[in-house]
Each structure stands twice: as C-alpha cells, then as structure tokens.
Design a protein around this ligand. Sequence first.
Ligand code: S3P
Length: 172
Amino acid sequence: MNHIIIIGFMGSGKTRVGKRLAKDLELPFIDVDRLITKQFNMSVKEIFERFGEPFYRALETLTIKNLIEDKERKVISLGAGLPAQEQNQQYLKQLGTIIYLKGSFAVLKKRLEGSNNPLIDGEDQEDKIKKLLKQRDPIYAKFADIQVVTGVKPFEDLIEEIKEKLEEYTKK
Ligand code: S3P
C-alpha cells in the first residue's frame, strides 16, 4: 500500500507531524503504538513490564503486516524501535513512502528529559539516548525516501517542507 510513513527517534515529533500532515492531506492518521496500546488497554511501559519487549516487538510486526494489506491510504507513525528490528525491515518499503524526521542529539535529549520510556529512563539517560541514536540513525536514513531535520525551523515551515518534498518525490 502507498501509505505515508513517519519514522524517527523518540521525541522527534512523529505523532504531531503525522497528525498535521494527515489533516492537510485529508487522510486518516494512525500511530502504531497507539493501535497496540488501545487493543490491550495498557501503556507501552505496562506491556513491556508484563509481557516483555519481544512480545511488544511481535505485535509491531503483526500490525505493520496488516497495514500493508490495508486498502485505505493513511498517514502512519511508527514507534522509534520498529524500523530497527530486523524482522520488520523487509516490510518497511511495502508500507509506502517513508519520511524520516531527523533530530540532533541536543534537540532529542532536551525533548526527552524526564521521559519514563523504559529504554531511556534512569540516571544514565543521556548515554542511553546517545547509544540508541547512534545505532538507529543510519537505519532510519537507509530506509527513508524523504529526510527532514526536526527541531530547528518552526513547525509550520517543517510541514511545508515535508509537503513540498512529498510532492517532488511523488513526481519521480
Ligand atoms: C520505542 C519507542 C516508543 C515505543 C516503545 C519502544 C523504542 O515509541 O514504540 O516504547 O524502541 O524506541 P515512540 O517513538 O513513539 O516514543
């Protein structure tokens, strides 16, 4: 399916950008984390604690496989860890056009201060963010059809930039 897919690190603004893009393009918006947490009526943190991270990752894979078959075009934001999971990578390109919201370490660190996400919580939060970002940034870049920098220009300008790049990309 030719969905519009938003990827990026935690704190890169995937949900905010995705919602706005969906509104402007008159498409429905969904967030994969939200789809899963709604089904379970639990937060991501609770699912991780109760069933473990591999279980959550399996749900993510199942969700994107279903979305490939979904005939209604959508704007979809993916959890930050999803593209980094090898079992998902064969499906990413089949989902649609991928937009990477690239945030610098400084921007993301600031936005994620105090986050209780189990992957980056605790005293060594900065080190955890640095390490994960270093590991994931090349993966996001590799799968991206379009890349934009987040946290630098005003939100409205960022949305305009994405829409222009999408139009250009679609013409190709
Ligand atoms: C994760 C990011 C979260 C969520 C889960 C795992 C990750 O999504 O899917 O906690 O591995 O980085 P957001 O990117 O929406 O915060």
